[in-house]
Design a protein around this ligand. Structure first.
Ligand code: SAM
Length: 333
C-alpha cells in the first residue's frame, strides 16, 4: 500500500476516529432510533465479516485513524465481539478501541471484553424507571442494564460514561436522578440532544431538550457546574465538574450547539458503507471493494474520496436539511 496521507477534508479537519457498526440488529426498540415492530434487518451475508472489518481498519490506520468505537444496532447481539476487539486492538496504529452498548448483555460479556483489550465503554441509560424504560425502548430490561453497568465496573472498566438521550416531555424528570446515580458510582453522566434520526420520522424541534436547560436543572439541585478545559476539541461532549465535588457531567449538544467544525469522525455501516457524517445522504461502498478483489490503495482512495466530500456541517438547522434515509440503528450511533 503506497497511499498513507492523512484523511484531511477540504476544511482542514483531520479524521482520526472511526465508528464501526457491527450489526443493525438490536434487542430493544427505542422510538428515537428504530421502528417499533417488523424491522427489516440486513441479511447476515451483507454484513461485513470480522476479517473484512479488520482489513478496513488496517487500511485506515495507515491513513491516520487512531481510535475506534464499535456500535450498532446493539453491538453485543453479534456473536463473539470480544474476538473482534482482540483483532482490532492488535492493528498497528490503533491506540484505543471503545464500544457503545445499551448494557443489556453486558453482565455476560464485560469480563471478556476487558480481557480482549477494550479500553472504554459508553452505556446508554435514559431513565431509572422501568415504566419509562419500556415507554422508550418498547421492551423490558432496565434491571439488566443496571446489572450490566455494575458488571462493567467489576470487570475493571474505568471512565465509564452513561449516555441519556434528552427528550422534552420525557427526560426532565430523569435528569436529577440519573446524575445522582452516576455521581454516586463515580461514572460520568452525559446528556445527548435528540437528533432527527428516528426511523418513524416523527422528530420535532420542540422535542429537543437543550443541554443548556438540563444544565440549569442540575445546577438548581447540585450547585454550580464548572466547565472543564477541553483536552481534545474533537470530543463531542462539553464536560463540567460539580463545584462541590469531583463528579463529571457531560453535554452533547449537536442540535443547539453543533460541533461540526472540530469533527474528526468517520463511520462504516454494518454492511460496509463509509460515511463522513451521521447526517450524510451519500455513502461510499467499501464492501464491494473488499469483496471484489480491490487493492488496499483502491480502498484507501475510496475513504479519501468520502472524507474529501464532507460538508462543513450537518445542516440540521438549515431550511434545506434533508433527513438521511437511514435511521440511527442503520448507521451506527
Ligand atoms: N445500541 C447501542 C446503545 O444503545 O448504546 C449502540 C447504538 S445506539 C444507536 C448509540 C447511541 O445513540 C445511544 O446512546 C442512543 O441512545 C443514541 N441515539 C439513538 N438515536 C438517537 C437520536 N435520534 N438522537 C440522539 N441520540 C440517539
Amino acid at each position: 500500500m503506497t497511499i498513507s496521507r492523512p484523511l484531511t477534508d477540504t476544511f482542514g479537519r483531520v479524521h482520526t476516529s472511526l465508528r464501526i457498526s457491527v450489526t443493525d440488529r438490536c434487542n430493544i426498540r427505542c422510538f428515537y432510533c428504530m421502528p417499533a415492530e417488523n424491522v427489516r434487518f440486513m441479511p447476515r451475508s451483507e454484513i461485513l465479516s470480522f476479517e473484512e472489518i479488520e482489513r478496513f481498519v488496517r487500511i485506515v490506520a495507515r491513513l491516520g485513524v487512531r481510535k475506534l468505537r464499535l456500535t450498532g444496532g446493539e453491538p453485543l447481539v453479534r456473536a463473539d465481539v470480544p474476538a473482534l476487539v482482540e483483532k482490532l486492538v492488535a492493528v498497528p496504529g490503533i491506540d484505543e478501541v471503545a464500544l457503545t452498548t445499551n448494557g443489556i448483555l453486558l453482565s455476560e460479556q464485560a469480563r471478556a471484553l476487558k480481557q480482549a483489550g477494550l479500553a472504554r465503554l459508553n452505556i446508554s441509560l435514559d431513565t431509572l424507571r422501568e415504566e419509562t424504560f419500556q415507554r422508550i425502548s418498547r421492551r423490558e430490561g432496565l434491571d439488566r442494564v443496571l446489572e450490566g453497568i455494575a458488571a462493567a465496573q467489576e470487570a475493571g472498566f474505568g471512565d465509564i460514561r452513561l449516555n441519556a438521550v434528552a427528550i422534552r416531555g420525557l427526560t426532565e424528570e430523569e435528569v436529577v436522578p440519573l446524575a445522582r446515580f452516576a455521581l454516586e458510582r463515580g461514572l460520568e453522566m452525559r446528556f445527548i440532544e435528540y437528533m432527527p434520526l428516528d426511523a418513524d420520522g416523527t422528530w420535532r424541534t420542540e422535542q429537543v431538550l437543550a443541554g443548556r436547560d438540563i444544565r440549569f436543572a442540575l445546577e438548581a439541585e447540585f450547585g454550580p457546574l464548572i466547565p472543564l478545559k477541553r483536552d481534545d476539541p474533537s470530543k463531542p461532549a462539553v464536560d463540567y465538574r460539580l463545584a462541590s465535588g469531583t463528579g463529571r457531567i457531560g453535554f452533547i449538544n449537536p442540535v443547539s450547539e453543533p460541533f461540526c467544525g472540530d469533527c474528526n469522525r468517520l463511520r462504516i455501516t454494518a454492511e460496509g458503507r463509509v460515511r463522513n457524517c451521521l447526517f450524510s445522504t451519500v455513502e461510499w461502498d467499501a464492501r464491494s471493494l473488499l469483496r471484489g478483489g480491490a487493492t488496499d490503495d483502491e480502498i484507501a482512495r475510496l475513504v479519501h474520496e468520502c472524507v474529501g466530500a464532507k460538508k462543513a456541517g450537518h445542516g440540521i438547522d438549515s431550511p434545506d436539511f434533508l433527513k438521511p434515509e437511514r435511521a440511527m440503528y442503520q448507521i451506527g450511533g
